[in-house]
Design a protein around this ligand. Structure first.
Ligand code: ATP
Length: 312
């Protein structure tokens, strides 16, 4: 009998985040180009009498351990669909910054879903897993599939994208998080204050950038740097003005592009290669404008079940 299952799930960066007006249901239509990058959480599930969540890693204290945790919600959703008990111990080994705009919670939701499906032998189809992911949150389906994808709707309707190379990134982790709903609300507030209006009747439909999709296809970092955009950046910087200093520090050290990652406050720097990544990382570290610096690359695959310990 399987005693435990571990799934590894990556973080994401949005290379394009085009935000439409607020819809009547409160969500925003998006054109959201996701790239999975090599920072990972590992989610391990083990049979238990009752549902229980534990977490380890530098940000563990900020992770809720009750049923608001997306990993717990994923287990409950799968168990409910299959009419079974959700007794399972979920352990999250967290390396993705919490509330950093890198979809850490979403990664754990997708990871727990795949892990429980394997542990319980549920045999859910890929479509069913993706359906549950979309119910859990807008970014959760992408955490399952990884690679690169265009997300439409509120980000959950995915089209996989071809990427013709590896892109190198440096991430500067800020002190404290930003609430994603608060950043969207600030985006709406800034739009309304500027006189353009904030509803879906006022704001043009968000569209993916052809130049950006082309840059991904050809693996051209300079072209990608010229095309990246994040409509939430102004709102994140408005709520956290100190991010400007971090962005300037990375640009000054030679990053090809500097942007807020998703809703922030993590900032993302696209660089030419590994040597440039080391240089930009050292400059960011020395700048004193961030809490931690991470160097990585993408695209990488989505949620993957790791071989059982001791397996050959
Ligand atoms: P996104 O990029 O998808 O908007 P994020 O990376 O900004 O998300 P998360 O790390 O997912 O943010 O955390 C956002 C909030 O979600 C946290 O403050 C926490 O209260 C809650 N949360 C629920 N489950 C988890 C989880 N497994 N890991 C981290 N946070 C979680």
């Amino acid at each position: 009998m399987t005693s435990s299952v571990t799934v590894r799930v990556p973080a994401k960066v949005n290379v394009q985040l085009a935000v439409g007006g607020v819809r009547p249901d409160g969500f925003h239509d998006l054109a959201n180009v996701f790239l999975a990058v090599g920072l990972y959480d590992e989610v391990t599930v083990t049979p238990a009498d009752a549902l229980r969540v534990t977490c380890s890693g530098p940000d563990a204290a900020q992770v809720p351990l009750d049923t608001s945790n997306l990993a717990a919600r994923a287990a409950l959703a799968l168990a409910a669909r299959h009419g079974r008990d959700a007794g399972v111990h979920i352990h999250i080994d967290k390396d993705i910054p919490v509330a950093g705009g890198m979809a850490g919670g979403s990664a754990d939701g997708a990871g727990a879903l795949l892990a429980c499906d394997t542990l319980w032998g549920t045999g859910a189809t890929r479509e069913e897993l993706l359906d549950i992911c979309a119910e859990l949150g807008s970014d959760v389906p992408f955490s399952l599939v990884g690679g690169a994808a265009l997300g439409r709707g509120r980000g959950e309707i995915l089209t996989p994208l071809t990427v013709g190379g590896t892109f190198h990134w440096v991430f500067a982790v800020a002190d404290g998080g930003l609430s994603t709903p608060a950043v969207y609300a600030e985006c709406d507030r800034l739009r309304a204050a500027s006189g353009t209006g904030a509803t879906s009747a006022d704001v043009p439909d968000p569209e993916p950038s052809p130049a950006l999709l082309d840059a991904l296809r050809t693996g051209d970092a300079d072209a990608l740097a010229a095309a990246v955009t994040n409509d939430l950046q102004m709102a994140a910087v408005s709520l956290r003005p100190s991010l400007t200093a971090t962005l300037d520090a990375g640009t000054g050290a030679g990053a090809l592009a500097a942007m807020v990652s998703g809703s922030g406050p993590t900032t993302a720097f696209l660089v030419e290669d590994e040597a440039a990544a080391r240089k930009v990382a050292a400059a960011l570290q020395a700048s004193g404008t961030c809490r931690a610096v991470r160097v990585t690359a993408g695209p990488v695959p989505g949620a993957v079940t790791l071989p059982a310990e001791g397996a050959t």
